[in-house]
Design a protein around this ligand. Structure first.
Ligand SMILES: [Zn+2]
Ligand SMILES: [Zn+2]
Length: 177
């Protein structure tokens, strides 16, 4: 196993630049493809920076080691990183994680009365009278409708519903186990 020069992950099958040419391997941790992405002019530092900015998502999650310690991993290649402690409020309907406050109060479950800018669900309105059912139905409709961003002015520039959908599918999977 070889170490990724970008993220420090020790799970590479090949030496990234062992011979005269790059390995073409994709790091399953940071997602960089040696010989492809650098060919496009992306530097290691640049890739690492934007990867860290996204809070170091493990690129190919099935390969993610249990108790993966990204801070330690980066430290070993001399990069100081502190996992951000910014609390993200995600929407229980569509998994958008940029709500201003939690959709439901953690202690009492009070709804925030906010509208999710992504799926348009209003906590405290569309969950009435049955919360779980309301959420499920809204989510179904949102997906059936092609996962459209609800409130256009708030739409992030590079938004894609894909990661949210992945989260939703994973959750469903977990709930069924
Ligand atoms: Zn990597
Ligand atoms: Zn939502």
């Amino acid at each position: 196993m070889y170490t990724c020069a970008i993220c420090g992950y020790k799970g590479l099958e090949m030496e990234s630049y062992g011979k005269d040419y790059p390995s073409g391997e994709v790091c399953s941790c940071c997602g960089f493809q040696f010989g492809e992405d650098d060919d496009k002019g992306i530097s290691h530092d640049g890739w690492r920076e934007s990867w860290i900015k996204k809070d170091c998502p493990f690129w190919y999650s099935p390969d993610c080691p249990e108790n993966w310690d990204v801070e330690k991993q980066l430290k070993e290649i001399g990069v100081v990183y502190k996992k951000s402690v910014v609390i993200k409020n995600s929407c229980p309907v569509c998994e958008f994680d940029g709500l201003f406050e939690p959709a439901y109060d953690e202690e009492y479950g009070y709804p925030s009365d906010d509208i999710c800018p992504c799926c348009g669900f209003q906590f405290g309105l569309h969950d009435y009278p049955e919360k779980i059912k309301g959420i499920k139905k809204w989510r179904e409709n949102w997906i059936l409708g092609g996962c459209q961003w609800h409130f256009k002015p708030d739409k992030p520039a590079e938004w894609s519903p894909r990661p949210q959908l992945t989260n939703l599918v994973n959750q469903q999977y977990e709930n069924h186990q």
